[in-house]
Design a protein around this ligand. Structure first.
Ligand SMILES: *[C@@H]1O[C@H](CO)[C@@H](O)[C@H](O)[C@H]1NC(C)=O
Ligand SMILES: *[C@@H]1O[C@H](CO)[C@@H](O)[C@H](O)[C@H]1NC(C)=O
Length: 380
């Protein structure tokens, strides 16, 4: 027996057994992981669409959904970066609330590897959705399924090398943030609906399919080791300037789009409760950015805003060959970017992102964040 103990395999085994009892670099209590406010989050892995994309589409040759030019980033410390807003996006601002030491790097940047990934990676891709075929009209996107594959196949092996432990041990100290689904409606369901060859799927059936697909994707992230999830609701997409640009005579919000977003959100909020028993040891938080933005739009001045209907930047219209969504390259912006709700035809200004991040982190209203806030999630 003793002689056999020296075999390399057993030696390895005894080392790894020993490692279980030593403070591992993965445990959140070591290496100063716990912060003053009791939170112990090391970083974030971010999945989703343009609301949370921080530059992944910059590296996609064929993508038309890019924000790597001015006036995007006009208020961002590093200038235009691919974020679809004037300054920080909601992920940057959530990172500020969590006191993360740096911005989360975008996956497609070739330098996103090695020591740069220890505070997380952002996989989100503008114009993408839950379904693989959402975003095809934007030329090239990274679907949510592919984002998860990138996390699994590229990042996790690298992270294990960096931290010297299994990702199942380290991932509980990271938030898994998912913000997606709006494009599945605006650039898939409603566009298919208006085309002649539509397959007549009801909104309810389409929504159930989206939630079922998302539920499987969340379970996959759980199987890979994710334990702390933050799920962003859809925004009130019917209130975005893009919609008014298409129907110039109409005032207020497009009910059809808002109803779709609301239906999705209702299912998403229920999913938080329904999926938990299937993911033992996990915790999920639903952030109702829909409500937070809707409250601003209903009474902008009460929240310090003056204009909740016009885009701050000059938007390239469809007749000009634009999308009606994105800012014109090198176009002008509004004079005071802190008092407008929308930066372009679809995406909120940094000022709105900041309100969403603050409420996500610390609000005690379950209508805004359910069933607990991100700060409480971070303390678990
Ligand atoms: C589409 O479905 C709805 C209800 O499911 C039905 O009322 C409508 O007639 C259908 N339209 C077409 C073109 O089949
Ligand atoms: C923008 O508007 C806010 C609110 O009216 C004001 O406090 C701020 O000074 C303005 N900023 C600029 C640059 O004009």
């Amino acid at each position: 027996m003793m002689a056999r103990m020296t075999s390399p395999n057993l030696l390895l085994l005894s080392f790894s057994l020993l490692a279980c009892f030593l403070p591992s670099p993965c445990s959140s209590s070591s290496s100063g992981g716990e912060k003053e406010d009791g939170t112990k989050i090391k970083g974030m892995f971010v999945f989703g669409s343009s609301l949370v994309d921080n530059g992944n589409n910059n590296y996609l040759q064929e993508s038309m959904a890019k924000a790597d030019y001015l006036p995007y980033g006009i208020d961002f410390p590093l200038g235009p970066s691919g974020r679809f807003t004037n300054g920080k996006n909601v992920i940057d601002l959530l990172g500020d609330q969590l006191n993360l030491p740096s911005y989360i790097p975008p996956f497609t940047n070739p330098t996103t590897k090695g020591s740069r990934i220890i505070h997380g990676v952002n996989y989100a891709s503008g114009a993408s959705g839950i379904l693989d075929d959402t975003g095809s009209l934007a030329g090239q996107v990274i679907s949510l399924n592919q984002q998860i594959k990138n996390f699994e196949g590229v990042t996790l092996p690298d992270l294990e090398r960096q931290l010297g432990c299994k990702s199942s041990e380290s991932l509980p100290s990271y938030l898994i943030v998912v913000g997606t689904g709006g494009n599945d409606y605006t650039f898939n369901y409603f566009m298919r609906k208006s085309s002649i060859n539509n397959n007549n799927v009801s909104l309810e059936a389409f929504t159930v399919n989206l939630i079922t697909t998302l539920s499987a994707q969340l379970k996959r992230l759980y199987e890979l080791g994710g334990r702390k999830f933050v799920l962003m609701s859809l925004n009130p997409i019917g209130c975005s300037p893009m919609v008014n640009a298409r129907l110039p005579m109409r005032k207020g919000c497009a009910q059809k789009l808002n109803l779709a977003a609301h239906l999705f959100n209702t299912h998403l909020k229920s999913l938080v409760d329904l999926i938990k028993p299937h993911m033992p040891g996990s915790n999920l938080v639903y952030v109702n950015s829909y409500k937070i933005i809707r409250d601003i739009i209903k009474n902008p001045t009460s929240k310090g805003f003056r204009d909740a209907s016009n885009p701050c930047c000059e938007v390239a219209s469809i007749s000009e060959g634009g999308s009606g969504v994105l800012c014109k390259r090198g176009g002008t912006t509004c004079a005071n970017r802190t008092i407008l709700v929308f930066f372009d035809g679809l995406h909120p200004t940094e000022a709105v992102n900041d309100l969403i991040a603050r409420n996500a982190y610390a609000s005690n209203l379950q209508t805004q964040v359910y069933p607990i806030n991100v700060k409480q999630l971070a303390q678990i």
